[in-house]
Write a protein that binds this ligand. Structure first.
Ligand SMILES: NC(=O)c1ccc[n+]([C@@H]2O[C@H](COP(=O)([O-])OP(=O)(O)OC[C@H]3O[C@@H](n4cnc5c(N)ncnc54)[C@H](OP(=O)(O)O)[C@@H]3O)[C@@H](O)[C@H]2O)c1
Length: 244
């Protein structure tokens, strides 16, 4: 076994300050993965780093905005400077819109598309040269059930998640031969700050028992725990009573 194979894994998680990203980071940290946490609110990242360190894990905050490629390059540099490798990217940061198309704020639409689509693409672009150089790596993208179905209420979010799934499919086609895996996680309703940003935005809140962020972290653990020759393309996880 090579030295690289026996060293602890290194993961970058975007949107790690809250919700699903925080749960994924805690889970990976508890399993001995060295972490670089990305998000705009440095104080949230510091809290997550402190939790992970208190649990015996190892994490660094790299505050930044996924809309800025330079911030993601910096996160990649933090991982490489400290641990010399990047095994896993969890591209998870996103925001939502809410409301009728005819009344939408075009600037919010821009923000949703840039954050959710370009933010994922930039994160992948920042780590991919290192993964290709290493001949291994695993890109995990938090898309959504909203990347597979359409409905009224969050048009930019739905469009962004469909685009994210399409980008992941393009990426997988390009890098599979290099030994790099690409997995898309597609949660249904999860109890996080995101579903409470817009009042009335989610009819399902209160009607189905939302998943917990830890439920999604478990799905991420499942895809990461597969042997190198096994790539789980996508995991669609919904609350039992949520059918669409
Ligand atoms: N909750 C659900 O029901 C649900 C369902 C399906 C899919 N998802 C997906 O799950 C992922 C995580 O969302 P969540 O539900 O856990 O919500 P959340 O708690 O709001 O987490 C989103 C995270 O993304 C970060 N973020 C937002 N914009 C950013 C930017 N420009 N640059 C860097 N970080 C940014 C936020 O931190 P800062 O504001 O500090 O940057 C926040 O920590 C998203 O991709 C979401 O679409 C959620």
């Amino acid at each position: 076994m090579s030295d690289l194979a026996t060293q602890a894994q290194v993961a970058i998680v975007t949107g790690a300050g809250s919700g699903i990203g925080a749960a994924i980071a805690r889970d990976l940290g508890a399993r001995g993965t060295n972490l670089v946490l990305v998000g705009r609110r440095a104080e949230l990242l510091d809290e997550r780093v402190a939790e992970i360190m208190a649990g015996g894990g190892s994490a660094l905050a790299s505050p930044g905005d996924v809309r800025e490629f330079a911030d993601l390059e910096r996160a990649a540099s933090v991982a490489l400077d400290h641990w010399g490798r990047i095994d896993v990217l969890v591209a998870n940061a996103a925001i939502a819109d809410f409301g009728p198309i005819a009344e939408a704020d075009p600037e919010l639409w821009r923000d949703v598309i840039v954050t959710n689509v370009l933010g994922v693409m930039y994160a992948v672009r920042a780590v991919l040269p290192h993964m290709l150089g290493a001949g291994s790596g695993h890109v995990v993208i938090t898309a959504s059930g909203s990347g597979r179905v359409t409905y009224v209420g969050e048009p930019a979010y739905v469009a962004s998640k469909h685009a994210t799934v399409a980008f992941a499919d393009c990426l997988r086609l390009e890098v599979a031969a290099a030994g790099i895996r690409v997995s898309v996680i597609e949660p249904g309703l999860v109890e996080t700050p995101l579903i409470h940003v817009y009042e009335g935005s989610n009819d399902m809140v209160g009607e189905v028992d939302a998943l917990t962020p830890e439920d999604i972290a478990r799905a991420v653990r499942y895809v990461l725990d597969q042997p190198p020759g096994v790539n789980v393309f996508e995991v669609l996880v919904r609350p039992t009573r949520q059918l669409l």
